[in-house]
Design a protein around this ligand. Structure first.
Ligand code: FAD
Length: 337
C-alpha cells in the first residue's frame, strides 16, 4: 500500500473544502471496509485520506416527531439492522442491513459508505485489468467471464451495483442530503446513481468535495402508514456474499388489492434498478400468482443477458414473485413462487 497522509477534519465544511481542493489526490474514508481493499490492491493511490469519523454528529439514527426516519451517513449497518422501530416500520431497510457481509463488516461499515462503495466486478478489482472504469479502453466482461454482471442497463461497462442498502432505501422512498463546497442539497436516493453510459469513472453524481451526510425516510413509506416492505437477496453461498440478484419492494395494500408499489432490483444492473414497468403491472390488481408473475415478466422484459449470466433472468423473476406474494399475504407466504 502506498503511504498517505491522514487528516481528521472537525467539521463537514473542513472535510469538504479539503476534498474539493485536493481532488483525485484525496479520498474520503468512513469505516474503510471497501476503501482499504482498493488501497491494498492499488486501485486508488491517494496522497491523503480524509477521515469522516472525526466529524461529530453524523452517526445519528432517530425517528422524528412526524414519524420520518433520519439515518446519519456514519450510522453503522449493525445499528440499522438492530433498531427495533426500524425493523418494525421499515422492514426492508433492516433486512437489507442485516444481509450485508458479516457481523464484523456491519459493525464497522457505515450506511454512507455502503451507498457509495465501488463495484465488486472482478475486472475492476483486479490490478491486472485496466478496464474502462479505470481509464482503459475495454470492458473485459464483453469477452471474459460475465457470470456476475449486469443484465439490465449495462454498457459500455457491465458492473452491477453492489449495495444491499440502496435498493431497500429506494423502495422506501429515501432522500439523501449531500454537503459540498456550494452548500447542502437534497435529492431522492435514486437520483444519486448514474449509469455507465452517463458517467464511466464513477457510479454516483458526487463530485470531489461532496459528502453524503444523511438518509431520510418519509413516514408515508412505513408500516405505520400501512405500507409493507421487504428485501430478499439471493447469494451464491450462505456465508457473507454479495447479491447475485436481490429485490426490494414496498406495497400499499387495500384489502387484497395493491394500491401503490415500488419495486427495486439489486445485483442485476449498474444502479439500483427501479422497475416502473413491474410496479405498473401489479398496481390496481389483486396480488396473486398471475399478477406477481406479470410484474416479474414486465420487470425483466428489457433484460439483455451476457454470455454467462442468463440465469439471472429466471432467478430475479422468482425473487419478485416471492416478495410480492409475501407482502400481499403480510409475511405468511414465502413458499415457492
Ligand atoms: C468481505 C466483504 C463482504 C461484503 N459484503 C457486502 C454485502 O453483502 N452487501 C453490501 O452491500 N456490501 C458488502 N460489502 C461492502 C461493505 O459492506 C460496504 O462497503 C460498507 O458498508 C462500506 O462502508 P464503509 O463505511 O466501510 O465505507 P468506506 O470503505 O469507508 O468507503 C467506501 C467508499 O465510499 C466513499 N464514502 C464513504 N462514506 C461516504 C460519504 N458519507 N459520502 C460520500 N462518499 C463516501 C469512500 O470514499 C469510498 O470510496 C462487503 C465488503 C467486504 C470487504
Amino acid at each position: 500500500m502506498k503511504a498517505f497522509a491522514y487528516v481528521d477534519p472537525r467539521s463537514l465544511q473542513d472535510a469538504s473544502t479539503i476534498l474539493a481542493r485536493e481532488g483525485a489526490r484525496a479520498r474520503l474514508i468512513a469505516g474503510g471496509v471497501d476503501l482499504l481493499g482498493e488501497l491494498k490492491e492499488r486501485l486508488v493511490e491517494p496522497e491523503m485520506l480524509v477521515n469522516l469519523k472525526s466529524v461529530p454528529g453524523l452517526d445519528d439514527l432517530r425517528f422524528e416527531a412526524d414519524g420520518s426516519l433520519r439515518i446519519g451517513a456514519l450510522a453503522a449497518l449493525s445499528a440499522v439492522a438492530a433498531h427495533e422501530r426500524v425493523r418494525r416500520e421499515f422492514p426492508a431497510v433492516a433486512e437489507a442491513a442485516e444481509s450485508v457481509g458479516s457481523p464484523e463488516i456491519r459493525n464497522v461499515g457505515t450506511v454512507g459508505g455502503n451507498l457509495c462503495q465501488r463495484p465488486r466486478c472482478w475486472y475492476y478489482r483486479s490490478a491486472l485489468h485496466n478496464c474502462l472504469k479505470k481509464g482503459g479502453d475495454v470492458c473485459f466482461t464483453t469477452t471474459g467471464d460475465s457470470r456476475y454482471h449486469a443484465i439490465l442497463g449495462g454498457g459500455p461497462s457491465f458492473i452491477v451495483h453492489p449495495s444491499d442498502m440502496a435498493p431497500a432505501l429506494v423502495a422506501c422512498d429515501a432522500r439523501v442530503t449531500v454537503a459540498g463546497p456550494a452548500g447542502k442539497k437534497e435529492m431522492p436516493l435514486e437520483a444519486l446513481y448514474v449509469l455507465p453510459s452517463v458517467r464511466i469513472d464513477h457510479e454516483t453524481i458526487l463530485q470531489p468535495g461532496e459528502i453524503l451526510t444523511e438518509v431520510r425516510l418519509p413516514a408515508s413509506a412505513s408500516t405505520a402508514a400501512g405500507v409493507r416492505s421487504r428485501y430478499l437477496k439471493f447469494k451464491e453461498r450462505d456465508s457473507m456474499d454479495f447479491a447475485l440478484a436481490a429485490v426490494a419492494a414496498s406495497l400499499s395494500m387495500q384489502g387484497a388489492t395493491c394500491a401503490a408499489a415500488r419495486l427495486v432490483l439489486g445485483g442485476v444492473a449498474p444502479v439500483p434498478w427501479r422497475s416502473k414497468a413491474g410496479e405498473t403491472a401489479v398496481t390496481g390488481k389483486s396480488v396473486d400468482l398471475a399478477s406477481a408473475g406479470a410484474a416479474a415478466d414486465a420487470a425483466l422484459a428489457d433484460a439483455m443477458p451476457l454470455p454467462h449470466n442468463g440465469y439471472k433472468v429466471p432467478l430475479t423473476k422468482a425473487l419478485i414473485r416471492r416478495v410480492l406474494l409475501d407482502l400481499a399475504s403480510n409475511g405468511t407466504d414465502l413458499g415457492p413462487a
